[in-house]
Design a protein around this ligand. Structure first.
Ligand SMILES: Nc1ncnc2c1ncn2[C@@H]1O[C@H](COP(=O)(O)OP(=O)(O)OP(=O)(O)O)[C@@H](O)[C@H]1O
Ligand SMILES: [Mg+2]
Length: 205
């Protein structure tokens, strides 16, 4: 790689790391009461989106590292009769996620990052192409729908398996303070089609 190219690559990576550090700190500083309010406002925002509520098979996540909490959202979606799925680390394909059916009775166990996930059971795996909606966590987003995660590439790899003509909607969930002016992107980043904060709905399509 030419020296200049190498320097540019380095600065993109350094900039992405700086954004991650900054935004993770911002969201960690939200008070517990603000977080709780944000989580119930998120559920309301989603319930007000007819395009989402018309769908049936919805992948959600369980919050980690001060991510926007999804407890009230999951409750509301269950109440509306939706089928909910949670990400599980793929047992054989490192860096990929599987989505497993999640019901009120599903037992959860912490994965190697300490994030609770359903026990792996092939009969409960939902093929990604059969999901109607995938709500993703993220660290930062910008007004063009670019998404920066925690840096593991799990969602990028997994979402790259969606067929080009897939009707599955990829929707980011974030606190308002996670919006940044511009995210320097990499070739493998999968952008968001929509994004919901406790206060706002963004459609990037
Ligand atoms: N489709 C892919 N195939 C192979 N490697 C990938 C793919 N997508 C991302 N990666 C790798 O994952 C690593 C992290 O990517 P990136 O910094 O974009 O993570 P992220 O978007 O913050 O994380 P996540 O997707 O888990 O939210 C990079 O080294 C990248 O090469
Ligand atoms: Mg990425």
């Amino acid at each position: 790689m030419a020296v200049r190219q190498q320097a540019e690559q380095y600065s993109v990576a350094a900039c992405r790391q700086a954004i991650r550090r900054h935004v993770r700190q911002l969201r960690r500083h939200l008070a517990a009461s603000e977080r709780d309010l944000a989580a119930s406002q998120l559920a309301e925002q989603v319930l007000n989106q007819p395009g989402i509520m018309a769908k049936q098979h919805v992948a959600v996540y369980l919050a980690n590292d001060a991510e926007l909490a999804t407890g009230p959202l999951i409750q509301a979606l269950w109440q509306a009769g939706k089928q909910i799925y949670l990400p599980v680390l793929h047992p054989f394909c490192p860096g990929y996620l599987l989505f497993l059916h999640y019901q009120q009775t599903t037992q959860l166990q912490p994965n190697r990052f300490g994030i609770p996930e359903p026990e792996l059971n092939c009969a409960r795996v939902m093929p990604i192409a059969a999901l109607d909606i995938i709500f993703t966590p993220l660290v930062a987003f910008d007004e063009n729908g670019n998404r920066l995660g925690m840096g593991g590439g799990f969602y990028d790899r997994t979402l790259s398996q969606l067929p080009a003509d897939s009707a599955c909607q990829v929707i980011g969930l974030a606190h308002n303070c996670q919006q940044v002016e511009n995210i320097p992107t990499e070739s493998w980043d999968i952008p968001l089609q929509q994004l919901i904060t406790p206060a706002q709905y963004f459609d990037f399509r």
